[in-house]
Design a binder for this molecule. Structure first.
Ligand code: PXG
Length: 464
């Protein structure tokens, strides 16, 4: 076995060879990556990353939508270190608890919308989604309506990668592997105006997209539907911001048929959209919320479910034992980091900053980019944004499927020192909430350069 070394002690080629020989990466064509060699990230500070070749990059994706307070925060490092020394692990099974998990549950009740007093902790977003499937089905069992099993989600949703997460997600590539979705789950079309609703009024389209939920409920039978789940703004699906009319109408339909409404806040939670939770930005009141990622700014894995009082009361007062939980539910070190992270977000006013300052400033900066010949649409919400790349701006025509314009642009981004993600032909960003106005200028400048170079490359290939 190789000794542990710091990055400077092994060459990039050496890291890549060992990586290819032993490490199977998520969502990866293993053979293709082994041939190419992975990019080895060795250091992070504030909103910047460095790879093993010493290249500095502006991380416009906050790691993977999670490093909300930026890299290298001593407060979080100290909180973890203190807790590692005091009590690195104890479980929350068998009638035991620990101070950090209690404090975190208390703090979450404070920062969440009214009516959320209880949390269930997990180790990730996917585990939170699995928890919610079991929890809402259990809720209806206790209520004497065991037929309410079915959960409705949406095409192009992302809810994680476990059996339940990948099933609730609406990614066909995931469903194709492993016999998914599992029974009792179905999907309606997403509220993606550019992709599904063009030619119609945006708000009218939002109401229409919500009406697909009602149609599905009636098809299945309301007495068989347990819940509807959605991300307030779809993240991994391409930062799809629904029309303002959408979520209030979804809420009305769920209320009408007595169906539980679940907000998947794994990306939108903890300030990303300019409120503590995305449902507040989108104007709806869910019964349950899943969270992960930004709760610890990604420094350590932690997820969970915020359980609204209506559901919690039934589970607590009438439910008896809930046969569900994980070794790391309420992990003291993860909870210590989360508590410090939430306090830091509050102390530095990061949520308000996204809402009133850097969020609107980013929107202004991107409005200028909307004029770019490659950009058909820009959407943003707080500090998450998407640029839809098009072949013909005047007619909003997309590129042919053999032109992988998103990947061309993404490769150029890495070359110029910008981490920006491509979801199909949509370029997306979600920078750390601590980003300054000057850094937004820098980021928008890099985006413009990337788009210009992408256009040049497309011309060279004869694709435009
Ligand atoms: N729900 C949502 C809304 C998510 O975005 C999960 C659940 C699952 O969380 P875990 O912690 O189990 O990964 C996610 C995760 C991407 C990308 O490519 C997005 C996620 C994960 C990996 C890649 O944008 N989101």
């Amino acid at each position: 076995m190789a000794e542990t070394t710091t990055s400077s002690e092994r060459s990039t080629a050496d890291w890549q060879a060992a990586d290819a020989a032993h490490f199977l990466h998520p969502f990866t064509d293993f053979k293709a990556l082994a041939a190419k060699g992975s990019r080895v990230i060795v250091k992070g500070d504030n909103i910047y990353l460095w790879d093993s070749e010493g290249h500095k990059m502006l991380d416009a994706m906050s790691g993977l939508w999670c490093v909300n307070v930026g890299y290298g925060r001593e407060e979080l490092i100290d909180a973890a270190t203190r807790q590692l020394k005091e009590l690195p692990f104890y479980n929350s099974f068998f009638q035991t608890s620990n101070p950090r998990a209690i404090e975190l549950a208390e703090l979450l009740a404070e920062i969440s919308p009214p009516g959320f007093s209880h949390s269930f902790f997990t180790g990730s977003g996917s585990e939170s989604i699995d928890t919610i499937v079991r929890m809402v089905r259990r809720y209806w069992d206790i209520k004497g309506q065991p037929a309410r099993q079915h959960i409705i989600s949406r095409n192009n949703a992302y809810h994680g990668s476990t059996m339940a997460g990948a099933s609730l997600g609406g990614m066909s590539g995931m469903h194709e592997q492993g016999g998914l979705p599992i029974p009792g789950i179905s999907h309606i079309e997403q509220p993606f105006w550019f992709g599904v609703g063009q030619g119609t009024d945006r708000e009218e389209f939002g109401r229409k997209a919500a009406s697909w939920l009602e149609a599905r409920i009636l098809k299945i039978g309301a007495d068989k539907v347990a819940a509807f789940i959605g991300e307030p703004v779809q993240g991994a699906g391409g930062v799809i911001v629904p029309p303002a009319s959408y979520w209030p109408e979804i809420q009305r339909i769920c209320d009408k048929y007595g169906i539980l409404l679940i907000s998947d806040e794994v990306i939108c939670g903890f300030g990303r959209t300019g409120n503590w939770f995305g449902c507040q930005t989108m104007g709806f009141k869910p019964d349950l919320m899943t969270f992960a990622k930004g709760i610890t700014s990604g420094y350590i894995p932690l997820g969970g479910v915020l359980v609204g009082d209506k559901v919690a009361r039934v589970l607590i007062e009438e439910g008896g034992e809930f046969n569900h939980g994980y070794t790391y539910s309420g992990h003291p070190v993860a909870c210590a980091v989360a508590v410090e992270n939430l306090r830091l977000i509050r102390r530095e006013g990061l949520v308000e900053r996204v809402r009133d300052d850097v969020g609107p400033y980013l929107a202004e900066g991107l409005a200028a980019i909307e004029n770019h010949p490659l950009v058909g649409e820009v959407q943003s919400c707080g500090l998450m944004a998407a640029m839809q790349l098009v072949k013909d701006k005047a007619n909003s025509t997309c590129f042919d499927s053999d032109v992988d314009v998103g990947m061309i642009c993404r490769t150029i981004c890495f070359e110029i020192g910008l981490v920006m993600r491509a979801v199909g032909d949509r370029m997306i960003i979600a920078p750390p909430l601590v980003i300054t106005r000057a850094q937004i200028d820098e980021m928008v400048g890099l985006i413009r350069t990337a788009l210009d170079r992408t256009l040049e490359e497309l011309k060279r290939r004869g694709a435009v």
